[in-house]
Design a protein around this ligand. Structure first.
Ligand code: GAP
Length: 578
């Protein structure tokens, strides 16, 4: 139960700053909006979230991780469409001169999907709205598109334009040919990347939710377009159910409905098994890091919200009392858009040869030019004439071709038409891409916000971060009752045994035991051990659960294995006998 006049965002951010989770960046010079530092506990927690993501995507799904530079040359983002179209709608308050997200101003006034409106219509719609920075009525303002990419130049004095990547995804697309070879030319395969992305957000005022530098964890799964309804492991999630908010329900102002993935695919609610599989996996992953299922929903993009090339797109949204439903993960079927775009821009084929089970016989017409006559006649143009002739449609009279804008008639006696039956072993196809794209900072904010709690312990109010043990920065605390009589040495030996097992254990011998518990509760340490005088006699200690505050006595030799199992969620604390 959270009390007091501050909302949970303010309380969580205050705790996060005070205890070393999140800090404003370069604070001594005045922090810059849209950038944050992860302090010692925040960085550890973030790493744990990323590693759970890796357990799902790299270890279990077998999608290997790659690491590309965060700066790429202009051609990459011309092909991806970011140079031309990666922009937000911006206006400037005529009173305080603050730059504002025009669509956010409109949405705060209950205009839906303002980001898809035309700039003139949006400008007209917000004239009577209040500027969120100075509270004056905006009046007539111009709305224009602002490209969100940070640009730079590559090399000294160089004219070579580069951009800080606005998503990690493009690295996987441009590496497609090498990835294909790595996966021995077989579909489906996936590649993932966790790293920084950069967007010059217009007015980032939402803490960790909207940053100018943030961490994404993205997977690109390359699949045969005809196989999207045959995910090889679909049965793992076929019966998995969750609330889905379809675009039709949104249009009819209806609530989400709980539904299994099998039913969602069979009823055409989710486009195919691949998208449904990653929707379910995402739900599974978010719950694993501690997101409460009742604060999680999956919302389908509305047809005018979806990228023009995407056939289906779902956002995992997490509810925040401060920010409402926050998009935290996007899962999209991006079709063959990215590979075709990069193949066109770079001139590198990005296809996969799919061998038929049995070779197919097909008829082929070949036009064979009389090289010696045509060669003499057309000299420098001869090569182009031969090439054009190959694709011509001959008549009994001859064939008409066009070379460099010139129409040329080739008489029928200067080429031979040969109809043949050939065996075709397979075909080149451009794979489709299914992309689950996670915002790690938003996940971190969500778990912090949901973990924050206040209750009463030993007659005193306590602040407790009920972080899932698998992401808690410090996994166990060890307290000697007194820092003498060998209790301190025994506690330090226990710490060493935890470290040997890769468990982060913190030693604390200062102050009353109650105060030490409170310090650890506040940073979310799920388990605490007290070494007392009985420990010296029978080699046991007390092990306390942060959430229930219950304690059990346990043999010192069992500690590393038991705490490891508790942290991983393999056993519940309640299964330990007091
Ligand atoms: N490759 C697809 C892509 O980048 P996106 O919806 O723009 O899709 C994916 O971004 C995720 O990245 C979002 O769901 C969100 O969690 C995170 N994200 C995007 N912009 C962000 C920002 N400015 N600050 C923090 N996280 C952001």
């Amino acid at each position: 139960m959270i009390q007091g006049s501050l909302d949970v965002f303010e309380k969580v951010m205050d705790l996060a700053k005070r205890r070393g989770f999140i800090w404003p960046t370069s604070e001594c010079y005045g922090a810059v909006a849209g950038f944050i530092d992860y302090g010692p506990l925040g960085a550890m927690m973030k790493r744990r979230v990323e590693n759970i993501w890796r357990e799902f995507y790299v270890i279990r799904e077998g999608h290997y991780e790659i690491e590309c530079p965060t700066i790429a040359q202009e051609a990459v983002f011309i092909a991806s469409g970011h140079v031309k179209g990666f922009s937000d709608k911006m206006c400037q308050c005529p009173h305080c001169k603050e730059y504002l997200r025009a669509d956010h101003v409109a949405e705060a006034g209950n205009i839906h999907n303002a980001s898809t409106m035309k700039n003139e219509d949006l400008a007209a719609a917000i004239t009577s709205y209040i500027c969120p920075a100075c509270n004056e009525v905006l009046g007539n303002v111009a709305v224009f598109n602002f490209n969100l990419m940070f640009s730079t130049t590559i090399g000294p004095g160089s004219q070579r334009i580069g951009y800080l990547r606005p998503e990690t995804a493009q690295g996987m697309f441009v590496d497609f040919s090498r990835l294909l070879r790595f996966y021995r030319d077989k579909l489906p395969f996936g590649a993932v990347q966790i790293g920084k992305s950069y967007r010059n957000e217009i007015s980032p005022r939402q803490g960790m939710i909207r940053l100018r530098e943030f961490t994404q964890a993205e997977a690109e799964i390359f699949v045969h377009p005809d196989e999207k309804n045959h995910h090889p492991s679909f049965k793992r999630y076929a019966d998995y159910s969750m609330p889905l908010l379809t675009y039709i329900q949104q249009q009819n102002c209806e609530d989400p409905v709980e539904i299994t993935m099998r039913e969602a695919v069979d009823r055409g609610i989710i486009a195919n098994e691949y998208v449904a599989y990653y929707v379910a996996l995402t739900h599974d992953l978010l719950v694993t890091i501690g997101i409460k299922p009742e604060r999680l929903r999956f919302r389908q993009h509305l047809p005018d919200e979806r990228a023009h090339y995407a056939t289906d797109c779902w956002d995992a949204e997490v509810f925040s009392p401060r920010f409402g439903w926050v998009e935290t993960v996007g899962i999209a079927d991006r079709t063959d858009y990215d590979l075709k775009a990069h193949s066109g821009q770079s001139g590198t084929p990005m296809t996969v040869f799919i061998q038929y089970e049995e070779p197919k016989k097909t008829e082929r017409r070949r036009i064979i030019p009389n090289m010696s006559v045509l060669g003499k006649q057309y000299r420098v143009k001869a090569k182009s004439v031969f090439a054009a002739l190959e694709h011509a449609t001959p008549t009994p009279d001859g064939a008409d071709v066009e070379v460099d804008g010139e129409k040329i008639h080739i008489p029928a006696d200067l080429f031979e038409v040969r109809d043949e039956v050939i065996e075709v072993r397979g075909e080149e196809i451009v794979p489709h891409v299914i992309e689950p794209s996670y915002g790690i900072d938003r996940m971190c904010y969500a778990v912090l916000e949901q973990a924050y709690d206040e209750d009463i312990a030993d007659g005193e109010s306590r602040t407790v971060m009920r972080l899932s043990p698998n992401i808690a920065p410090v996994q166990v605390a060890v307290f000697p009752l007194m820092n003498r009589d060998g209790l301190d040495t025994l506690a330090k030996d226990i710490i060493t045994s935890f470290h040997a097992r890769g468990i982060l254990a913190e030693y604390d011998d200062s102050g009353a035991i109650g105060r030490r518990y409170r310090r650890q509760d506040e940073i979310g340490t799920p388990f605490a051990i007290t070494v007392d005088y009985e420990s010296k006699e029978n080699n046991t200690v007390t092990l306390r659960s942060r959430d229930t505050m219950k304690q059990v006595r346990i043999a010192i030799t069992d500690l590393p294995g038991t705490v490891d199992a508790l942290v991983k969620g393999n056993i519940p604390f309640a299964s330990l006998t007091p």
